[in-house]
Write a protein that binds this ligand. Structure first.
Ligand SMILES: Nc1nc2c(c(=O)[nH]1)N[C@H]1C(S)=C(S)[C@@H](COP(=O)(O)O)O[C@H]1N2
Ligand SMILES: [Mo]
Length: 249
């Protein structure tokens, strides 16, 4: 499909939604219709842009014998170090922001949720790749528990480490947040996640480059916009070095 065709299709979808919003939105049935139209529009956009396609998965035999660690490998933060010394028994993942039910989850809570296991290839912009096995609940499971408010557009991952004095953070939109391969991994290659790879919890967002895969996650915040967060570009590398916010592979 040509770019022009894609654009005009998207525009047609969006235009149809906006036209007559006021009148339709006033009745119960109208609101229902708008809601359905929005869902149709969303799935149309997905189909066109292919954002929900799956990343390639590999077999056990294809796993890299060595998986390099990159960026922070041992956060300096004293609170983090204390949690680490306690084997993360006291660590809690906060899920808050634009949610109906803020969550505070232990590792045991996360392990008790339905789990997903996937063997995928990690691609770093610096020019290396490695195939590893990841294990954890889908991000969508947590978001369903928390109940995203309809003003939420992005999920921000706040990490325990800093680079050059700035906190590491990353963000994804709702398409990636609800992608079936987007998981919160607490295990890697059949072992509890090692500190150098982001213990106790790191993001796997398999359709994007390595820097999007936030390690050392402390808090997931649902927001309507990214401009109020740190440098405003949605991630430390985006703020610092103009890396793409959408780092699709
Ligand atoms: N919190 C945090 N997350 C991070 C980083 C970091 O320095 N801090 N580095 C990123 C980069 S550039 C890459 S390539 C991967 C590296 O993950 P690994 O150490 O498991 O290989 O983590 C990403 N997530
Ligand atoms: Mo990277």
């Amino acid at each position: 499909m040509s770019l022009i065709t894609r654009r005009s299709l998207l525009a047609a979808g969006a235009g149809g939604l906006v036209a007559g919003c006021d009148a339709i939105g006033k009745s119960e049935a109208g609101r229902d219709l708008l809601f359905k139209a929005e869902a149709v529009n969303r799935s149309l956009q997905r189909a066109i842009t292919d954002r929900d396609a799956l990343a390639r998965q590999f077999t056990e035999a294809e796993m890299s014998p060595r998986f390099r660690a990159n960026g922070t490998v041992f956060p300096a933060d004293e609170t983090y170090r204390a949690l680490m010394r306690g084997n993360f028994a006291e660590w809690r993942l906060i899920v808050d922001g634009l949610v109906a039910r803020p969550l505070k989850l232990s590792l045991a809570d996360l392990r008790a949720l339905p789990q997903r296991v996937q063997i995928t290839r990690h691609d770093c912009v610096e020019g290396w790749s490695a195939i590893g096995k990841w294990h954890g609940p889908k991000l969508s499971t947590l978001l369903d528990l928390a109940g995203l408010r309809d003003t939420a557009r992005y999920l921000v991952f706040h990490c325990a480490d800093t680079l050059g004095g700035r906190p590491y953070y990353e963000s994804v939109d709702l398409i990636d947040a609800f992608h079936p391969q987007t998981i919160l991994a607490w295990a890697m290659n059949n072992r509890t996640l090692p500190v150098q790879h982001g213990a106790p919890l790191r993001l796997r967002v398999e359709r994007q480059l390595g820097y999007k895969h936030a390690k050392y996650i402390m808090r997931i915040e649902a927001v309507a916009a990214l401009d109020g967060i740190h440098g405003g570009k949605g991630g430390l590398w985006e703020d610092l070095a103009d890396y793409e916010w959408y780092a699709g592979i």
